[in-house]
Design a protein around this ligand. Structure first.
Ligand SMILES: NC(=O)c1ccc[n+]([C@@H]2O[C@H](COP(=O)([O-])OP(=O)(O)OC[C@H]3O[C@@H](n4cnc5c(N)ncnc54)[C@H](OP(=O)(O)O)[C@@H]3O)[C@@H](O)[C@H]2O)c1
Length: 226
């Protein structure tokens, strides 16, 4: 179960997607720590959040300090820097934390296009992350199909389902975060291995955004649920 007093760290929260989540979680009243390789960039991003969300409970720290300060840690760095970022925070991670993998292994990482993904030995970026964390840290896959633009546009809800995958208790903790963002609905995505499907859906969505001329980003909805 998620505890509303738990702090959420967003590593790379200085970028588009992480900043969007920071804004939304702060708007819901949650405490957020923005992490960056450079603490002053994180402080600047936290000031930006406070400017848009008056009274936001937010602070900016280096990635390692941000990790140590939180119960939930969201990795929001490009795929090609994900493994190296996990290695730099390894000493700050501790058993009981939930680490969220949001990254999409777009082929841009190897100089190819954003409309396809690269294969990963472990099966998905989330499983790669899981192979790197200390024992007792649970990795959950979520938010890959949510548009950064829509997250940052605070005046509108974000019309999107979020497929959340991972071990039960940690998955439920992250599923409870989703409805804090108006419009997001969490779906139980089962085991972490399903992340490979969810990650590749983002490459499809990027192609759809281009072909249907939707720079704000499409969302996904599964039908048939109450
Ligand atoms: N943008 C979207 O619409 C979207 C949608 C779904 C999922 N995602 C996923 O969300 C994640 C973040 O996406 P984004 O668009 O926000 O990325 P981004 O803006 O390109 O980068 C996010 C942050 O990553 C850090 N970073 C950059 N180079 C790095 C390096 N060499 N080593 C370590 N950290 C580095 C930077 O933070 P500092 O310089 O402050 O350290 C940067 O602000 C990605 O994994 C992406 O696949 C994005």
């Amino acid at each position: 179960m998620s505890d509303s007093n738990e702090t959420i760290a967003i590593l790379g929260g200085t970028g588009d997607q992480g900043l969007g989540l920071a804004l939304r979680f702060c708007q819901s009243g949650r405490r957020v720590v923005i992490g960056s390789r450079k603490a002053d960039r994180a402080v600047e991003a936290a000031d930006n959040v406070r400017g848009q969300v008056p009274g936001a409970n937010v602070e900016g720290l280096g990635n390692e300090e941000a990790t140590a300060a939180a119960e939930i840690v969201i990795l929001s760095v490009p795929f090609e820097h994900t493994a190296s970022t996990v290695k730099t925070i390894k000493e700050s991670l501790r058993a009981g934390q939930v680490l969220v993998s949001m990254t999409v292994p777009l082929a841009t990482a190897v100089g190819d296009g954003a409309m396809r993904t690269v294969g990963i030995w472990q099966g998905s970026a989330a499983e790669l992350v899981a192979s790197l964390v200390p024992k007792g840290v649970e990795v959950v896959s979520a938010f890959q199909n949510v548009s950064a633009h829509r997250l940052q546009h605070l005046a509108e809800p974000v019309d999107c389902d979020v497929v959340v995958s991972g071990a039960k208790a940690a998955r439920e903790t992250i599923m409870e975060l989703c409805p804090l963002v108006p419009g997001l609905r969490a779906l139980n995505g089962g085991p972490l291995s399903n992340a490979r499907i969810v990650e590749s859906m983002t490459a499809l969505i990027i192609g759809l955004n281009i072909r249907h001329k939707c720079p704000e980003g499409l969302g996904i909805r599964f039908t048939g649920l109450e």
